[in-house]
Design a protein around this ligand. Structure first.
Ligand code: SAM
Ligand code: DTB
Ligand code: SF4
Length: 340
């Protein structure tokens, strides 16, 4: 153990001036979050791995597969997004796909080893008729014995209830960045709109998947604020996707440089420490990561990935590459969690 890290009797781990505990705390202050971020890298990773082992099996990674069920022509102006109708990105718009196509894709994902199937739609928010169609998809995916997730944009309270009734386990809706940086990225919906959707998801009894994107030109303090916002939600999100920006030509963020991998791993570690029971997911941008960076992120407490050759419209590592990586690192897929 480093001179800087001492384990206190059953209460936690003292790393420098920071006391890291295995308990879930929703009373983090911004100053405390900043102090965790600023820890020396070795101490930070040690603390994150320690927290991780209090709640999770150390070599198990949750495996989700994404499918775009409605692509492109989205009216919103999210500056990172290749699916916004406002940017010329070459993404071909496609209306909602058939139930049969969803079933087939979910079955393939299951056969390839995924346990959760996440359906994404390029909507500002769904119409009620679309909720009916998507509810049928959820039933079919569940019938395959997979966990279900959807990301459809803003929801009303009654739409959230309908999705929960259809058996949706998780709803993904990201805060994306800090409240102060947010207006530089999106103007067509507010941070408060997003928080309201998260409240509806909770009230309907679904699990919350909520995270953000790194590398949009924000600074570390924006990640302090975003992780603080997530960790002080009551209850905390069960799933926290950390995306690295995929700078798609034609979007306003096309020229953003790929960021420092160490800063990415650091952010994963802070998320792990602040939200000890959440699955922290390596999400978009993983295709640009070396195996070494991915391994570092797993040590930092990441324990979920998107698996499959594409995300929604952009590339993900090939399945075979992930299988080799899991084998090299001795990682096992997490079994399906209890389905009610
Ligand atoms: N339209 C819905 C919405 O915005 O909530 C659901 C789909 S949207 C594509 C889901 C998330 O994907 C966004 O919130 C954002 O975090 C992520 N995303 C989209 N484009 C991305 C990109 N180019 N790089 C990284 N993450 C991206
Ligand atoms: C999330 O946080 N990342 C995923 C999922 N939630 C829906 C989406 C990433 C999309 C990357 C850009 C694309 O493939 O279109
Ligand atoms: Fe539309 Fe979602 Fe893309 Fe924003 S992130 S433009 S809401 S698909």
């Amino acid at each position: 153990m480093s001179a800087e890290a001492t384990q206190t009797r059953s209460t936690g781990l003292k790393v420098g001036a920071v006391l890291v505990t295995a308990d879930v705390r929703t009373d983090w202050t911004v100053g405390e979050v900043a102090a965790v971020f600023d820890l020396p890298f070795n101490d930070l990773l040690y603390a994150a791995q320690w927290v991780h082992r209090q709640h999770f099996e150390s070599n198990t990674v949750q495996v989700s597969t994404l499918l775009s069920i409605k692509t492109g022509a989205c009216p919103e102006d999210c500056a990172y997004c290749p699916q916004s109708i406002r940017y010329q990105t070459g993404v071909e718009a496609q209306e909602i796909i058939s139930l049969e196509a969803v079933k087939q894709s979910a079955q393939e994902a299951k056969n390839a080893g995924a346990t959760r199937f996440c359906m994404g739609a390029a909507f500002r928010g769904p119409k009620d008729t679309q909720i009916e169609q998507i509810s049928e998809m959820i039933c079919e995916v569940r019938a395959l014995g997979m966990e279900t997730c959807a990301t459809l944009g803003l929801l009303t309270a009654s739409q959230a209830k309908s999705l929960a009734q259809a058996g949706l386990d998780y709803y993904n809706h990201n805060l994306d960045t800090s409240e102060s940086f947010y207006p530089k990225i999106i103007t067509t919906r507010t941070y408060a709109d997003r928080l309201r959707t998260l409240e509806h998801v909770r009230a309907a009894g679904m699990k919350v998947c909520c995270g953000g994107i790194m590398g949009m030109g924000e600074s570390r303090s924006d990640w302090v604020d975003l992780l603080h916002a997530l960790a002080t939600l009551e209850p905390q999100p069960e799933s926290v996707p950390i995306n690295q920006l995929v700078p798609v030509p034609g979007t306003p963020l096309e020229d953003k440089k790929i960021l420092d991998g160490l800063e990415f791993a650091r952010t994963v570690a802070v998320a792990r420490i602040l939200m000890p029971c959440a699955h922290v997911r390596l999400s978009a941008g993983r295709a640009e990561f070396t195996d070494e960076l991915q391994a570092l992120c797993f040590v930092a407490g990441a324990n979920s990935i998107f698996y499959g050759d594409t995300l929604l419209t952009t590339e993900n590592p090939e399945r075979e590459a992930d299988q080799v990586l899991f084998s090299k690192l001795g990682l096992k897929p997490e079994p399906v969690q209890h389905l009610t």
